[in-house]
Ligand binder design. Structure first.
Ligand code: ADP
Ligand code: MG
Length: 288
């Protein structure tokens, strides 16, 4: 390949809001046939807000007290809503983040858990029919239900929801038009993942994947003979971004993701992923 054409491609990328780590990156996009898209923060805005509360302000107060120590978008939504409604929150001690499941801490001398039912399960807490129904209904709408327990008892559910970025649907359509297969990958629940996938036009969904297992999904697709581009923004996407044949990081995302990727989509707009793949194809045609 002529380095000049690749460098020109790199310069053109910068104009399009795509930062390319090295000229050789453009070559590796050529054979890509599958684009794995992280859900939260990549396809969606990643700015969650509280939409429903079951169990009253006490449930919100306890959840927010524990989530105060977490930086997850879910945690930020819960804390913001609680501070607006309830003012100051009680302090948390012995905080623990359980990757991909939720949070645990001591509030007012009692153990409080907030997260997926699987987290409560691990502590021998069952959520009961009523809360299970609230959770299922929330997920059907594409929202995420956080179950809250205190001292071994499930008390209620806090529902948070994110919005799909306005440009995501068009970007997915353009990826398809280029002959690429989009796959939605998320740690979030299957119901919510399917609702978001339907909204943007994706039919292949891999949900409820623990952060450490995202990279395995990429490996599995590669083992099937697919050449994989991965688009992500989170710390939990970094290994998958590094493993993918082409890693595209959202410029609006975490440093870990940006470091792991081959190129950065500066504005965090999924359409730039389409531009990057088009640019690479054009650059390589010039070279041949
Ligand atoms: P994603 O792949 O969408 O970025 P994560 O792997 O970060 O999601 O989280 C997966 C799921 O774990 C979330 O949808 C949520 O149900 C639960 N979870 C993770 N962190 C928290 C938290 N701080 N509070 C409550 N639930 C959480
Ligand atoms: Mg994410």
């Amino acid at each position: 390949a002529t380095p000049t054409a690749l460098l020109v491609g790199t310069g053109r990328g910068a104009q399009l809001g795509i930062l390319i780590k090295g000229p050789e990156v453009l070559e590796s996009t050529r054979a890509v046939d599958t684009v794995v898209l992280d859900k939260t923060g990549t396809v969606t805005a990643g700015r969650m807000s509280l939409t429903d509360l079951h169990g009253g302000n006490e449930v919100l107060r306890l959840a927010a007290a524990v989530e105060h120590a977490s930086e997850h978008p879910i945690a930020r939504a819960i804390v913001t809503a609680a501070e607006e409604r309830l003012g100051q929150l009680p302090p948390v001690e012995g905080f623990r983040n359980v990757e991909g499941l939720g949070v645990i801490g001591e509030v007012e001398g009692k153990t409080v858990l907030a997260g997926r039912p699987a987290l409560l399960d691990q502590h021998g807490i069952t959520i009961g029919d009523e809360l299970a129904q609230v959770k299922a209904a929330a997920e059907e709408r594409g929202a995420t239900a956080v179950v809250v327990a205190r001292d071994g008892e499930a008390l209620g559910v806090v529902v948070v929801a994110d919005t799909v970025k306005p440009t995501s649907k068009q970007a997915v359509a353009e990826l398809r038009a280029l002959g690429l297969r989009p796959v939605l990958l998320t740690g979030d629940n299957t119901g919510s993942a399917r609702a978001v996938a339907a909204e943007v036009g994706i039919d292949e969904v891999v949900a409820e994947v623990l952060p450490a297992d995202k990279v395995d999904v990429v490996k599995r697709l590669q083992a099937e003979g697919r050449v994989v581009a991965m688009v992500g923004d989170g710390v939990n996407d970094a290994a998958a971004l590094a493993r993918a044949d082409l890693g595209l990081s959202m410029g609006t995302g975490t440093d870990a993701a940006i470091e792991a990727g081959d190129l950065t989509l500066v504005r965090g707009d999924l359409r730039a992923a389409v531009d990057a793949i088009r640019l690479s194809r054009r650059t390589l045609r010039t070279i041949k």
